[in-house]
Each structure stands twice: as C-alpha cells, then as structure tokens.
Design a protein. Structure first.
Lengths: 115, 114
C-alpha cells in the first residue's frame, strides 16, 4: 500500500511568513510523529499524536510551532513568523499502534528554506 | 538530557570489509533501541530493533547489533559489506519515560567502494 506522504516536498519562505506542512500517514496508523532534521544532523523529535490527541509536544522549539491532527489521520505542522533557524527538513512518521516498540515509517520530508 | 552519540560521521570501506558502527546513549533506565537506514534517494527505514531478550539482534540484509547494557551501547555490525550498503545509518533510542520521544544520533555516512 501507499507509504507516508508529505507535501510540499520543498518550501521556500521569506522570513516572517507562515508556513503549513502536511503529512498523510499510512492508513490506519494510530501514531504520528513530527521531526526536524537540520543539515548534517539526525531527526529531532518535535511532537507526537495518538489518533487525534497530541500526547507529547515537548520537542516543539517555540510557540511559533503548532501541530494538529483533527480527525486522527492527516496532520499539519504550522510554523508562524518563520525564522532562518527554522530552515531544515521536516519529517513525518507513522506507526501502527501506540507502542513505543513499533517501527516508525517515515515520509520523504519537506525541505523548508527560510530566506 | 538524554542523548545518542554515533562515533563516526563518515566511514569508507571496500566491498567485503567488515563494518562496525558505534552508538552510545545516555539514559539510565529501560530503553528501546533502533537502527534506521537511509539509502540514497529513499526514506528512512528500520534496519533492526531491540527491546528485550537476547542482546544480539539480527536485522535485514545481514546486519546485526549488540546491546551492552553496562556500556550503554548498541553497535551495528555486518561481517561483509556490499556496495549497496552505501547509505546513512542512524541509531535511535526510545526511553521508557512515559513520553513518546525517540532520540536519534547524528548519523554515520557509509560509503562502500566497489
């Protein structure tokens, strides 16, 4: 079946603009994760959803970052008033259940460049 | 703070050479451990995982990893690499803290010369 998809694949924003990044997880997957990956680094956890509930948002770097998953499937990561330090690849991953031992299936990422 | 250290950022090997990639984590409690791989142009995908039982775990494509609790390590090994193993490898830890955070290392880029 289809894997995790993300859109757009590339986004260029001017500093101060708001952006919205979309993630379509694998159908039926309960868990959804967002990560930020800076150049030369590993993915850094941002937030976690179990169905529509946001159970962990400890990794969101500031109140400019907001994520939602209103119907327990598609998720959107919104960044307000983008800054240059927000430039990174934003990865979405989903997993079958709410168990931490589950394999996470990753999407291709959205590369955000803030000018 | 919890962290994952991967000792080598870049590794270059010839085909048939043996591979060992180091991974250490800083968390004193129970953890789930993972190795993910990203082949050129592809998504991150799971190579293997460990959460309990035999500390020597076998994964796909002939990879294995050994969990040594006393050393807080989870090193990845392969006896004989192939050109197709050229990829970036990430060690990841999911601590039993009640949260859902998975912590990744910075990754090791492996290039295998044909």
């Amino acid at each position: 079946g289809a894997g995790v998809s993300q859109s757009p694949r590339y986004k260029v924003a001017k500093r101060g603009q708001d952006v919205a990044l979309r993630c379509d997880p694998i159908s039926g997957h309960v868990s959804l994760f967002w990560y930020q990956q800076a150049l030369g680094q590993g993915p850094e956890f941002l937030t976690y959803f179990q169905n529509e509930a946001q159970l962990d948002k400890s990794g969101l770097p500031s109140d400019r970052f907001f994520a939602e998953r209103p119907e327990g499937s598609v998720s959107t990561l919104k960044i307000q008033r983008t800054q240059q330090e927000d430039s990174a690849v934003y990865l979405c991953a989903s997993s079958w259940s709410g168990n931490q031992r589950d394999e996470q299936f990753f999407g291709p990422g959205t590369r955000l460049t803030v000018l | 703070a919890q962290s994952v250290s991967q000792h080598n950022h870049h590794v270059i090997l010839s085909e048939a050479a043996s591979l060992e990639l180091g991974c250490n984590y800083s968390y004193g409690g129970t953890v789930n451990l993972f190795w993910y791989v990203q082949y050129p142009g592809q998504h991150l995908q799971l190579l293997l995982k460990y959460f309990s039982g035999d500390p020597l775990v076998k994964g796909i494509k002939g990879f294995e990893a050994e969990f040594i609790k006393s050393k807080f390590s989870f090193n990845l090994r392969k006896p004989s690499v192939q050109w197709s193993d050229t990829a970036e490898y990430f060690c990841a830890v999911s601590p039993y803290t009640g949260g859902f955070k998975t912590i990744f290392g910075a990754g090791t880029r492996l290039f295998v010369k044909a």
